[in-house]
Each structure stands twice: as C-alpha cells, then as structure tokens.
Design a protein around this ligand. Structure first.
Ligand code: ZN
Length: 174
C-alpha cells in the first residue's frame, strides 16, 4: 500500500460549511455551488489517493476527508497549516495510514467496471482487527464486482455499495 499523492493533491479547497469543493472567482473570492455562498475563505480537507495491492490485484482508492480524519484524528487544515511552505511530497502523517490494517467498503461505479475510471471511492472503513481478519481470506474483488448487477450497456450507474472488501496491508509486511 502506498500513497499516490504529492504536495498539492492530498487536499482540496472546500466550503467552510459543507464538504463541497469551492470554485475560485475572478475577484479572489470562493464560491460553493451547493450552499450558494461566496466567501473569502475556504477550508482545507483531505482527498488522498492510495494504491493498495495484494497477491491478486492492484487497486487505487480515494479516501475523502471523513475517512482520513477518522483514521488520523487530525484535521487536514491543521496538518496543512503546520507544514513549511517549502515542503516536498505529502505530509509524513499520511504514512500512518500505511501502517494500519483496514477493511474498506468501496463504491463500484459503472465507470469502474468499464475501465473508464480506475479509481474506487472508499465509502466506509473498518479498523476492527477481528472483523478485518474474518474477511481477509475471502478477498476476491473480481467475483464481487460481477455481482453488482450492472446492465450490459452500462446505463445504470447506481450500483449501491459493493460487497467487495479489500484488505490492505502495508507492503513491507509481505
Ligand atoms: Zn458549501
């Protein structure tokens, strides 16, 4: 498992009120299209891409703010503010994600099945070791993704939560 994020892409500029990304306006302010508000400030939130692999497959997972915040217990804004302006790569605190043994529930979209989008979004994380152990021998992503009921023409992009579970281990363990 490794982090696929650099200096500028482990975070994004979010609305101060909701998790939506804000868009820059010409006068230097920021707009949240969900809240329909324009503000002078924004909030830094996590958006971390990780690459996970086991014996059978490699998968790119996207962890949003909620998940990373739960795992690390430190807000992205706090991490961002603590970094020197000249830092390279991503903050070392993200490495703590790699030391965890986790079970991910992922969202499988039609674009994932067709191969147009190779990044899977994480919907839920379980770090309970007993639960993780229970699922570990059953890992078979391919089988599970074929059970999502996607129509032949790919017209449905609502697949619900995939039953697929991915056990991620730091590659240095293996
Ligand atoms: Zn908002």
């Amino acid at each position: 498992m490794s982090i696929n994020s650099g200096k500028h892409d482990w975070w994004y500029k979010a609305c101060d009120v909701c998790p939506k990304k804000v868009d820059p306006k010409e006068d230097g302010t920021w707009e949240c299209k969900r809240c329909q508000k324009v503000t002078k400030t924004y909030t830094i939130r996590y958006k971390v891409e990780i690459i996970a692999f086991d014996e059978t497959t490699t998968i790119t997972l996207l962890l949003w703010d909620n998940e990373v915040l739960t795992l690390l217990g430190v807000k992205a804004q706090t991490v961002h503010d603590s970094m020197a302006a000249t830092y390279e790569g991503y903050p070392s605190i993200l490495d703590e994600l790699l030391e965890r043994k986790l079970l991910f529930r992922i969202n499988v979209k039609a674009e994932n099945i067709s191969g147009k989008d190779t990044i899977f979004t994480v919907w839920d994380i379980c770090s309970d070791e007993d639960v993780v152990e229970r699922y570990y021998p059953k890992l078979d992503l391919t089988d599970n993704t074929t059970q999502t009921g996607l129509t032949e023409d790919g017209s449905s992009n609502v697949l619900g939560i995939s039953q697929a579970v991915v056990n991620l281990q730091n590659d240095s363990d293996s």
